[in-house]
Design a binder for this molecule. Structure first.
Ligand SMILES: *[C@@H]1O[C@H](CO)[C@@H](O)[C@H](O)[C@H]1NC(C)=O
Ligand SMILES: *[C@@H]1O[C@H](CO)[C@@H](O)[C@H](O)[C@H]1NC(C)=O
Length: 425
């Protein structure tokens, strides 16, 4: 978090001093230059520095270019450079949690071996770009920084609920293009190579190699961060521990089952409400239903976030008889007569499944179904189900699985033909 704030401030600093050397110093590199300056890797270190691209000033860098260069490009480039040299794939966006929800003091990363590109860093860097760009376009008198930050991290800038940190990925994606980011990352690596001999790993790298690193880093950032939903991990919403022993899923799965929560009926539009909803559903599933955990794999709020339930790796309790074959994703609300927000729909229809496919968790030919297609229930509500039928991957007919390993209890259940032992919740 503190790290994130630093990057926001850097972004704002740059905005407040347009004459800063960082802006003038960053080489104006384009993809055309990358081709034109084909380096000779066999020449060795000294010549690498001699063949820098000139600052040819074809089109002057925009504010967003400079903001990307100062907040994001350096760490993104250096982390992927290290990855390319150690043949490892840098992990992007490692999450973490505070020790307690009220009066937090210690922040612990979920993976202590995480790269520099933690979620806190990426969020802070992106916020710096978004807010810096906003300020550069806002006429005088500009809002005070503290006012702007409290709106951005609160109900929304200028009362626009879409312009708050919750939607930073969508807003950031609208602001940046992959080719511009790749140029900035490449330019920053070239600049660091020239200016800071301390970066030993930059020595003996040709510009072409650096361009390749920049392209890889940009692709990963764009596809695995900007294009994926923000998921609050369990520790963030105050999940109680699993009761009993969870069962591992065998990935990738072939199904995505869509639910509405029905209760709670109102969509949740901020973190406080969504997190409280998660805790109350978990209590109901554990205490009343006697399940090990909240049943859903993921729950989608109307606040721009997805909340981790059982997650990608553990068998859920959402679609009786089919829990080990698919992920169960619920949108908080009652969608009998009304529809979820477009942002929540987009998450379930597009970003969550496409990112799961990219990560090898969901099969590319996955089938999307409404809960009611497999279990006698109204879920996910008439309105939402009617819409689901128009979505890509929606599958109208479900082939029953070959009747094997039918347990006693499963035969009493109406629609599903077969029940693996893990699916009885
Ligand atoms: C870039 O990514 C490709 C494909 O994942 C990989 O083969 C290559 O080694 C990477 N290059 C660098 C410089 O990281
Ligand atoms: C859900 O919405 C339907 C249609 O508006 C309504 O009849 C029903 O009472 C609602 N259920 C809950 C739990 O709010």
């Amino acid at each position: 978090m503190a790290q994130g704030v630093l990057w926001i401030l850097l972004g704002l600093l740059l905005w407040s001093d347009p004459g800063t050397g960082l802006r003038d110093g960053s080489p104006d590199v384009t993809t055309a230059d990358i081709g034109a300056n084909t380096p000779d890797a066999t020449k060795g270190c000294p010549d690498v520095q001699a063949s820098l691209p000139d600052a040819k000033a074809k089109s002057p860098p925009t504010m967003v270019d400079s903001l990307l260069a100062v907040t994001l490009a350096g760490n993104l480039g250096l982390t992927f450079l290290r990855g390319s040299q150690t043949q490892s794939h840098p992990d992007l966006g490692t999450e973490g949690c505070w020790d307690q929800l009220s009066a937090p003091r210690t922040f612990t990363l979920l993976d202590p071996k995480a790269s520099l590109l933690t979620m806190a860093f990426l969020n802070g860097a992106l916020d710096g770009v978004i807010l810096g760009d906003y300020l550069s376009r806002t006429p005088e008198p500009r809002p005070s920084l503290s006012h702007l930050l409290s709106q951005y991290y609160g109900a929304g800038v200028a009362r626009d609920p879409g312009f708050r940190s919750n939607f930073r990925r969508q807003n950031g994606a609208a602001l940046t293009s992959a080719s511009i980011l790749a140029q900035q990352v490449w330019g920053t690596l070239v600049l660091l190579q020239r200016l800071e001999p301390v970066h030993l790993q930059l020595q003996c790298m040709s510009q072409e190699q650096l361009a390749q690193v920049a392209a890889n880093a940009t692709k990963e950032f764009t596809e695995a961060f900007l294009g994926c939903p923000a998921i609050h991990p369990r520790c963030r919403w105050g999940a109680a521990p699993y009761r009993g022993r969870p069962k591992l899923l065998q990935l990738p799965l072939g199904f995505l089952y869509v639910h509405h929560t029905y209760v709670p009926a109102p969509p949740c539009t901020d973190f406080t409400r969504c997190a409280a909803n998660m805790r109350s559903m978990q209590r109901y599933h554990q205490d009343t239903q006697g399940w090990g955990d909240i049943g859903y794999s993921f729950v989608v709020g109307s606040d721009g976030y997805v909340y981790e339930g059982r997650g990608w790796h553990w068998v859920g309790a959402h679609t009786l008889g089919h829990n080990s074959r698919g992920f169960g994703v619920a949108i908080v609300g009652n969608y009998t007569a009304a529809l979820p927000t477009e942002a929540a729909l987009r998450t379930v229809r597009d970003t969550l499944p496409s990112c799961a496919v990219r990560a090898g968790l969901l099969r590319p030919d996955y089938a999307l179904l409404g809960h009611r297609q497999l279990v006698r229930t109204d879920c996910p509500g008439d309105a939402l189900f009617d819409l689901l039928r128009t979505w890509p991957h929606f599958t109208a007919t479900v082939k029953p699985r070959p009747a094997r390993s039918v347990s006693k209890r499963s035969r009493r259940e109406p629609p599903p033909r077969t029940l693996p032992a893990t699916d009885l919740q």
